[in-house]
Design a protein around this ligand. Structure first.
Ligand code: NDP
Ligand code: GDR
Length: 382
């Protein structure tokens, strides 16, 4: 961790601070900003085991950061640490990506989720204001399509009313409005990216896309039995994280701060995601039953696929587990990025099938590299 920095000269490169640099988006954004010549600072929270795996390739082999990447210990729930890091770095651009980002967990930890996702952004904005950085630091807030809840209109745009359906979404709603308020009240260049779901091989394993690509890769290699899922009918607008972090940067380069929806404009069900991932592995699935009885079995196996050696026709692959349904669900999300396309010239590059293919290939390689599971010890009764 490096908290002692020289004051930048007039010719110095731009300085960015990324909270959540160890997460999916933070790692892609750090790559992008380093490529653009920025000095990048990242907020990292204390952990009892390493949490810098996603940015390990950006660090020197001994764990020390190269000269343009600096890590600082701090926590979104601790205003003192945030104030200290902000006073040290005095960034030109502050990307607030840190959050308790798993919707399901927010029902179990609503208080912590609000601390991190609602009050955390307030603490950063207040640091900008009280440190006299209002005219210097541009602020990006990671807002979310979860703000729309079960929206009354589809697709959802910057003008669609919000109706949050989880403690996560309610906390992010506060963060959205406090960002707008600090922009209007103090003239801070602060804006919200209302991002729809975006995935990648670096996605956390608990999110449904990665859970599916990892489990099906394991099943294809004979390393896992069935995959248990919740609501298969849920509709999401899934894009690639690399495309979306490019937009986060673009939003801070405009003359005026403005909030934008970022999405692909195409939606699929969780079931369709499963089918697409299975097809990548050479498996065709047959679905039967409905609701909590729904199941998928193997209807066909491509003869040259990895699965051909480990799977059999009729094998149960997916089963619904009622425990995985949420107390309140967001059933359907579909974004309208017309404003971003028109004003920022942005368009997503990666299609749904390319995204699924990249995730499956990455997980298959990971599973194949894992050591074979040890055989269970046989217990001999005496
Ligand atoms: P991840 O869950 O992959 O990353 C979250 C990051 O926040 C991690 O670096 C995590 O650290 C850090 N973090 C969590 N809690 C704290 C804390 N208390 N103090 C400091 N750091 C903390 O999320 P994504 O990269 O997918 O998403 C980035 C942001 O965008 C999040 O705010 C998310 O809510 C939002 N978002 C994401 C979307 C998506 O589809 N991915 C869509 C819309 C919005 P650690 O590595 O130690 O866990
Ligand atoms: P989401 O992502 O809640 O949209 O939030 P997630 O992948 O967790 O769920 C997507 C949909 O799939 C359904 N689902 C399951 N989800 C999980 N995790 N596990 C399952 O087994 C399962 N079965 C069905 C869910 O019910 C849901 O409808 C993500 C996060 O990145 C947020 O931080 C971000 O703000 C939003 O996307 C936009």
């Amino acid at each position: 961790m490096n908290d002692k920095l020289a004051t930048p000269s007039l010719l110095a490169p731009k300085v960015a601070l990324i909270t959540g640099i160890t997460g999916q988006d933070g790692s892609y954004l750090a790559e992008l900003l380093l490529d653009k010549g920025y000095v990048v600072h990242g907020l990292v929270r204390r952990s009892s085991s390493p949490n810098t795996g996603r940015i390990a390739h950006l660090l020197q082999p001994d764990g020390a950061a190269p000269p343009r990447l600096f890590l600082h210990e701090g926590d979104m729930s601790d205003g003192v640490s945030l104030m200290r890091v902000m006073a040290t770095v005095r960034p030109d651009e502050l990307y607030n990506l840190a959050a308790q980002s798993y919707v399901a967990t927010s029902f179990d930890a609503p208080d912590y989720t609000a601390e991190t996702d609602a009050l955390g952004p307030l603490r950063l904005l207040e640091a900008i204001r009280t440190l006299g950085l209002a005219q210097r630091t541009r602020f990006y807030q990671a807002s979310t399509s979860e703000l729309y809840g079960d929206a009354l209109e589809s697709p959802q745009s910057e003008r669609t009313p919000f109706a949050p359906r989880s403690p996560y979404a309610a906390a992010k709603l506060y963060a959205y409005w406090i960002t707008v308020n600090y922009r209007e009240a103090y003239g801070i260049y602060a804006c919200n990216g209302i991002l729809f779901n975006h995935e990648s091989p670096r996605r956390g394993a608990e999110f449904v896309t990665r859970k599916i690509t990892l489990a099906l890769s394991r099943i294809a290699c004979g390393r896992q039995g069935t995959l248990q899922l919740g609501n298969l009918d849920s509709l999401r607008d899934w894009g690639h994280a690399r495309d979306y972090v490019a937009m986060q940067w673009l939003m801070l380069q405009q003359r005026q701060p403005r909030d934008f929806v970022i999405a692909t404009g195409v939606q699929y069900t969780v079931r369709q995601f499963v089918d697409c991932a299975a097809a990548e592995l050479g498996l065709t699935l047959a679905w039967d039953g409905g609701g909590v009885q729904e199941r998928a079995t193997i209807a066909a196996i491509a003869p040259t696929s990895v699965a051909a050696a480990h799977c059999r026709l009729g094998q149960l692959v997916v089963r619904v587990d009622p425990a995985m349904f949420r107390p309140t669900e967001v059933n359907a999300l579909l974004g309208d990025s017309g404003d971003a396309m028109q004003r920022l010239g942005w368009a997503p590059q990666c299609t749904f099938s390319e995204l699924v293919g990249e995730m499956v290939r990455s997980d298959l390689a990971q599973v194949r590299a894992e050591p074979a599971p040890a055989r269970a010890a046989i217990h001999h009764p005496v």
